[in-house]
Write a protein that binds this ligand. Sequence first.
Ligand code: SAJ
Length: 443
Amino acid sequence: MSGTAINALSKAGQQLRDKILCRTARAGVMGLGYVGLPLAVELAEAGFQVTGIEVARDKVAEINAGRSYVRDVPSERVERLVREGRLRAVSSYEVLAELDTVNICVPTPLRKTKDPDMSYIAQACQAVAQYLHPGMLVILESTTYPGTTEEFVLPMLETQGLKVGEDFFLCFSPERVDPGNPHYNTRNIPKVVGGCTPACTELATLFYSQAVQKVVPVSSTRVAEMVKLLENTFRMINIGLVNEIALMCDRMGIDVWEVIDAAATKPFGFMAFYPGPGLGGHCIPVDPFYLSWKSKQAGIEARFIELAGYINGQMPLFVVEKIQNALNDRYKPLRGAHIHLLGVAYKRDVDDVRESPALDIAHLLKKRGAYVTYSDPYVPRIELDGEELQSQDLEAAVSAADCVVIVTDHTTVDYQLVLERAKLIVDTRNALRGHKSDKIVRL
Ligand code: SAJ
């Protein structure tokens, strides 16, 4: 730790530092989802005694039975840690009274009005406030707008009469979990962290350094909050740009996929993004609207975010019209046609359908009178307009359908079989790249 911080550390801070260094600090993780569970496992494997606090009792039972429900965390790791007594899960908050650190990894969705839904953070922080005690390190990881930690969380915690930076320590550290990424995980993704005071930052940096390879301290919680929003807004806007380029190329009869591949040969100053059926997932379609909401309050319209949101939101309709025109060119109306969607997850090789554009496409197709089926090796069933659809056998459905639409380009699908059996294919992901056939229609 830096000299200044050691001298400046209060007695409570010094005690926490010592507990972190000798791993006697009892760690807590609130929210054992795709962010919280990998973090809990890394902290436990780093030698801390970890308690997961999870409101979903079935998840608590799974963890305590040594089973993982998060694809990136093998059950073997959970089972070993639970057996060794280094990881457990509970569903009540009292345990916070005996914890030295707590990472808050709860959801931050949007309301229907596209305003931030802070209810999960509020519930978690009220619980932490109730059991807050001297020497506690509290780190918010949920993606949120700049100012949340100091304006929303800190006042809740200070109601207990304890002083931040002396009695307890409060930081923000953005989660950077990338579901399904085979190369990057909680341990090797650099961890940005900013505290309410330098002592807060130093203690959180020390804490994370026990479990994460690289920690990146920044000067404040607002900087740390903004880092995450820049990262994901960058993606959302560039996806919006490339979708708009795809619309232009469609009108001009230019192969957008060839354009992007050729542009990507530029060894500097360019980063390839790819058009698609729309923007799915629980990060990219959501996080930028936390920034635009706060920006509006600060008197600045986040025009790029709003525009990119509009363009990305139009892509499902563009795909449906592409399907309709492709059938029309073959003297087949969309009404009454059998359309088979290949892949409904929001991106390749994940099992998550949250905000998936496939659901919008299916809804629009049904509204236009089509009969819609789907296959997805990762998603056995979906709910569509109040009806449950089950994933169909690929070969049979592809052979029977009037049009197969590749919406998610899972790598495990037999695209050769699709190419041979399908009458017509609308490929929204260039999954059939390199194949030439007049039955393939690309974005
Ligand atoms: N998408 C496109 N074209 C692209 C890239 C993505 O249409 O060129 C679509 C995807 O199909 C998906 C949506 O955008 O529907 C989001 O895709 P994503 O690749 O951004 O994946 P996410 O949502 O899982 O984003 C996560 C983010 N991780 C965190 O927030 C911690 C993001 O910051 C990562 O950069 C991203 O994974 C990643 O790189 O995979």
